[in-house]
Design a binder for this molecule. Structure first.
Ligand code: FES
Ligand code: MG
Length: 575
């Protein structure tokens, strides 16, 4: 039986209950907002971190949805306080939202630290907002629930189903090859994003919300509920009710997150052939919880976990289909033999208890363990002289002929050079070439933009080529596909071996052997690395300057070096 905390022990009571001049000030200012002391005194104060903005279509419903969370908090006997935070709209924020993930994480941690709150509901979902809000809340270690925005409706164009991102890349390649008319292209533009909510492919957004549920940080089944489904506001109110109980019972993330809960997240990541971005985010999230997670952990888990979620970009269906097929609880239930079912979750029950009664209603969308969508692993981590600290790829999303390939390098030193040259009819390139983009990593980007799915040169598109081996120190969108080797670490900008590649050097990849090598003698590579100088940082000023000075490399999660670990700062003085 959990010992229920007393009102006087609530963190917020330090602000509101003190019989001194400051306590007077806090109470009178709460009353200034129209509340009576009965509304807030002695009650759990729930922060609702709302990542709504006018320019985040994935979170458009959060402006109203927050009212459902508040309803739940009030029903539970708590006092809700909405705290807006940076929205990080994946499509609109430039140069990349990844530049700001750690800023949002800091904002969440500091919002919680400086205000009179006892626990938090985190409202996120669009790519970076999930890891960012979770990282900040884990570092603050107050009771927390993650409320996922939910995927948008299926895309529909001229009788065909189309998926966020994945089908854009696919149809763009066909348009470049001259196979799609302007009119059809406009129809796709109007039909691919039909409602509020996050991308409805298994891109970074759904990957992150599913693995956050697997970690035990969301209510059971929350991560697959479509944004427009009436179950979504009901789940939101349930988050409000549950967080109040969690505060009374002092259920903090440190009591939920263990090495084993992160192993559960790895299993889910692999079973859904999840976004490569999740590798960076999960390592960073684990770092905040004091759990050491390595690139090898992802590879080891991938070798034993079948890909059973048949969702684009690796499979056929979309998130709405997934939810109707049974959703996240059904998927986790099928994966039970691989999961640590006794791990605690924020529901107050174990992961296994959360899954009781979960059923699959469509065996093509959520496959049985013996009928995976592919015999190829969802994620592979490669090492070699070109990536001593590792790099990643999604073999299931690549053409099979490229999984073992040797070809000459065609090197681009930055994105602009690549964009200028790639469609030049005179570009000296064959389908066997290995396209390389460098200086696009955490420091070089800066912020490691999603440039890793380098475009196929137009002259090769016209010849029917749709995939080539591509290598970069960048990331790629979770909705992307192709033989793209990403996150090469250390990155070129800080002197990694990628900086030593010259046009025409032979590069060899063998995914089965998990190797990536530059076929140039080691002494030559060393000599080139010592003589190459990296371009100056784009800015030393402001946040970008701080980012480039403190961001860690991709294999370490790209957190700031001063935010890693479990040190919990002292509570603010109240004077
Ligand atoms: Fe927001 Fe994809 S753009 S989830
Ligand atoms: Mg994305």
């Amino acid at each position: 039986m959990v010992e229920r905390r007393k009102s006087k022990d609530l963190r917020s009571s330090r602000w509101f209950a003190a019989e001194d001049l400051r306590g007077f000030g806090h109470r009178s200012r709460a009353m200034q907002m129209g509340y009576d002391t009965d509304d807030f005194l002695g009650k759990p104060v729930v922060a609702i971190i709302n990542t709504w903005s006018d320019i985040n279509p994935c979170h458009a419903h959060f402006r109203n949805r927050v009212e459902h969370v508040k309803r739940g908090v009030l029903q539970g006997g708590g006092f809700p306080l909405e705290l807006p935070a940076m929205s990080l709209s994946e499509n609109f924020v430039k140069p990349t939202t990844m530049l700001y993930r750690n800023l949002l994480a800091m904002e969440v941690e500091e919002l919680l630290r400086c205000h009179p709150v006892d626990g938090v509901v985190l409202m996120g979902g669009c790519d970076k907002t999930t890891p960012a809000t979770v990282m900040g809340a884990v570092s603050m270690n107050l009771p927390m629930i993650f409320l996922p925005a939910g995927p948008m409706m299926r895309g529909h164009v001229n009788g065909k189903i189309v998926g966020s991102g994945s089908d854009v890349w696919k149809y763009w390649a066909e348009k470049e090859a001259g196979n799609i008319s302007e009119g059809d292209w406009r129809d796709i533009e109007a039909g691919i994003a039909r409602s509020h909510g996050t991308c409805m492919t298994m891109g970074t957004a759904s990957t992150m919300t599913l693995i956050t549920e697997a970690l035990g940080l969301s209510l059971p089944g929350a991560s697959s509920i479509p944004a427009g489904d009436s179950a979504h506001p009901r789940m939101s109110a349930a988050c409000g009710r549950r967080i109040v109980e969690m505060i009374w019972n002092d259920v903090t993330p440190s009591t939920i997150l263990t090495r084993r809960s992160f192993e559960n997240a790895l299993v889910v990541h692999n079973a859904i052939a999840g976004s490569t971005n999740a590798i960076i985010h999960l390592i960073a999230m684990a770092g905040r919880a004091g759990v050491s997670l390595t690139m090898d952990d992802f590879d080891i888990s991938a070798r034993t976990t079948p890909v059973i979620a048949n969702l684009r970009p690796s499979g056929a269906w979309l998130m709405e289909d997934f939810h109707i097929a049974g959703g996240t609880r059904a998927l986790l239930n099928v994966l039970s033999p691989f999961l640590h079912l006794d791990e605690k979750t924020i529901s107050g029950r174990t992961l296994g208890e959360n899954l009781v009664g979960a059923k699959v209603f469509d065996n093509d969308v959520i496959r049985p363990l013996d009928k995976p969508i592919s015999s190829i692993v969802g994620t592979a981590v490669l090492f070699g002289n070109l990536a001593p600290n590792g790099c990643v790829m999604k073999p299931a999303a690549a053409e099979a002929r490229l999984l073992r390939h040797t070809g000459p390098a065609l090197v681009f030193d930055n994105y602009d050079d690549m964009a200028k040259a790639i469609n030049d009819p005179d570009l000296d390139v064959t389908p066997d070439h290995v396209l390389i983009l460098r200086n696009a990593g955490p420091v070089g980007g800066p912020g490691m933009p999603e440039w890793g799915m380098l475009p196929i040169p137009r002259k090769l598109l016209h010849k029917g080529v749709r995939d080539m081996l591509r290598i970069s120190d960048a990331r790629m969108s979770g909705t992307s596909y192709g033989a793209c080797i990403l996150h090469v670490s250390p990155e070129a900008h800080v002197g990694g071996p990628l900086s030593a590649v010259r046009n025409g050097d032979l590069i060899s990849v063998d995914v089965e052997a998990r190797s990536l090598n530059l076929l140039v003698p080691d002494v030559v590579i060393a000599e080139r690395m010592s003589s190459s100088s990296s371009p100056p940082p784009s800015s030393s000023r402001g946040f970008a300057g701080m980012f480039t000075r403190h961001v860690t490399q991709a294999h370490l999660g790209c957190d700031f070096d001063f935010l890693e670990g479990v040190e919990i700062l002292p509570e603010p003085e109240i004077h």
